[in-house]
Design a protein around this ligand. Structure first.
Ligand code: OOB
Length: 524
């Protein structure tokens, strides 16, 4: 059953998740549980206590209500790791208007689509990011309100969205709390509705598993809008347990190491390419990063050899995290034997997570064999937002989400990610839908057909290679020209191909689909 594009959990599972305590009445807006005088957030020059942040969030919530935003509305949020992100997020979830969390790297093609699909009433963005001006993008969007952190020009400055707190309707725990973006396997990205109660469970259970408490100082180097940094346990998991969040602009050792030293950061979440950079940087850097006790690594597969190096080289524990915006999180446990921490991508967070590993016919494989991971549970979506056709393919009739990941399950329940079935490239944790990029490439006048594949890469895990069949009589475009073409179309730069190859024809599978395996095999 689908209501307004949302697929609720069936009543029997809802009753079970409530009875067993996975779902409670706690709301995302109530996540600031630290001591009022304790430090909650360090960002740029800002140092906010829990009392400061709570006051900012409720004044901004009242300001949003005064603008006319209401429970059930949506706002596309595209902010880097700033105080504004945290305040805007908390304010929106408090009034029950769901943030649609775009990444700072997204451009017009992605943002326009998100605004249209979500029928967002507001777009909340930064002024600029280097050369890129979000206000110029905002001028083209179909939204009522544009709210800008920084120099707002003709738009509403975020700092001016504030008023004396007023009583407002309380969101229901079953309401959508936040929309996350799927990595995407189709032509267009999908929206993942995360309910207030499922996301609260996600962040609280994760914080418990990772041993977060008021002494935790969590350094954010990934985009705050990404599920990993936001709620696994992330920013929200820190707030729920009374620790301190420190926002860094990026994972570059030049920026991250001085912050670890200055703020005595104890935990950080990174993607494998950042872990590799740090392993290298620590050999020459002068900063004291000895406060770091835990490095969470996820988003893409971390090689066992690298995982093994981290404790000695960086002086901290490593935790592998295999998660997805759709829900399911797997963590290695802090007391797991070394072998499991190095070789596996962890086991499910929740006792209520249901796992199936199946073959192409949907039958469970023998224990220890590789198959596709299917999952269902108290914080895994039951359907993408307004995507009935895609949902019919992405879920089994009994509501298991088909992850597209190929895994092997050990007797301990730990999963090893062995590959991927979905047509997606994982470029150092950034996900690229092959079909989405192919559709953009097909719009190029010289391109007759396009097929995008991942190429193994020592640092990024994979890079993106686009195979093009060029139209008769047309000149083959160079990589630079193709990137410019995609930039003008408003496609985020991380989705641009790293490499171009031409082909006279594409190899086909027996059923006539392009064989990406055979294409990739053509590369030296
Ligand atoms: C995280 O979330 P997404 O939505 O950006 O990407 C999910 C996909 C997974 O389906 C899998 O294909 C891949 O990313 N992945 C991994 C992995 N962690 C994610 N593949 C191998 N090893 C891993 N450790 O990437 C995400 C969300 C929450 C926490 C951590 C990561």
């Amino acid at each position: 059953m689908t209501v307004d594009g949302l697929t609720p959990w069936p009543a029997d599972l809802e009753a079970r998740y409530q009875a067993e305590g996975y779902w409670t009445d706690r709301l995302l807006g109530g996540v600031l549980r630290g001591d009022p005088s304790d430090l909650a957030l360090v960002a740029g020059g800002d140092r906010l206590t829990y009392a400061d942040l709570d006051a900012r969030a409720s004044r901004t919530a009242a300001g949003l209500l005064a603008l006319g935003l209401r429970r059930g509305d949506r706002a596309v949020v595209q902010l880097p790791n700033t105080t504004g992100f945290v305040v805007a997020f908390l304010a929106l979830v408090r009034i029950g208007a769901a943030p649609v969390l775009a990444l700072p790297a997204h451009r017009e093609s992605e943002i326009r689509y998100l605004c249209e699909l979500s029928e967002a009433r507001a777009y909340i963005c930064a002024d600029r990011d280097g050369d890129f001006d979000y206000r110029e993008l905002a001028r083209t969007l179909p939204v009522e309100h544009v709210i800008v952190e920084g120099e707002a020009e003709e738009f509403t400055p975020l700092a001016s969205v504030e008023a004396d707190p007023v009583a407002a309707p309380r969101p229901d725990p079953s309401d959508v709390g936040v929309f996350l973006l799927s990595g995407g396997t189709t032509g267009l990205p999908k929206l993942i509705p995360r309910t207030q109660r499922d996301y609260v469970y996600n962040l609280e259970a994760s914080a418990g598993l990772c041993g977060f408490d008021r002494d935790t100082v969590y350094l954010v180097v990934l985009p705050a809008a990404h599920n990993f940094a936001l709620a696994c346990p992330g920013i929200l998991g820190v707030f729920a347990t009374g620790g301190t969040v420190v926002l860094a602009p990026s994972g570059s050792p030049d920026e991250a190491f001085p912050l670890i030293e200055r703020e005595r950061a104890t935990v950080c979440a990174v993607v494998p390419p950042i872990a590799l950079l740090w392993l290298d940087a620590v050999t020459w850097s002068d900063e004291d990063i000895s406060s770091l006790g835990l490095l969470q690594v996820g988003g893409a597969k971390l090689a066992a050899e690298r995982a093994a190096e981290i404790p000695d080289a960086l002086g901290c524990q490593v935790q592998q995290v295999f998660g997805m915006a759709e829900g399911l999180l797997n963590y290695t446990r802090l007391d797991d034997p070394r072998d499991l921490v190095e070789r596996t991508q962890g086991r499910p967070l929740s006792p209520a997570d249901e796992i199936r590993v199946v073959d192409e016919d949907g039958k469970q494989v023998a224990p220890g064999d590789v198959g596709e991971l299917l999952t269902r549970g108290p914080y895994t979506l039951r359907g993408y937002y307004r995507a009935p056709e895609h949902n019919a393919r992405s879920f089994t009739p009994d509501g298991f989400y088909r992850t597209g990941d190929l895994v092997r399950r050990l007797p301990s329940g730990h999963l090893i990610v062995e590959g991927r079935e979905k047509d997606q490239i994982n470029r150092g944790g950034d996900k690229i839908s092959a079909e989405e990029l192919e559709n953009h490439l097909l719009a190029h006048p010289a391109v007759h057909d396009a097929a995008v594949v991942g190429v193994p890469d020592a640092v990024m895990g994979e890079r993106t290679c686009a195979f093009l069949i060029i139209r008769k009589g047309e000149k083959t475009p160079g990589l630079r020209e193709v990137k410019d073409f995609l930039r003008v179309r408003g496609v985020a730069a991380y989705k641009h191909p790293d490499r171009l190859e031409t082909a006279a024809a594409f190899p086909r599978t027996p059923v006539g689909k392009i064989s990406k395996k055979a294409l990739a095999a053509r590369l030296p």
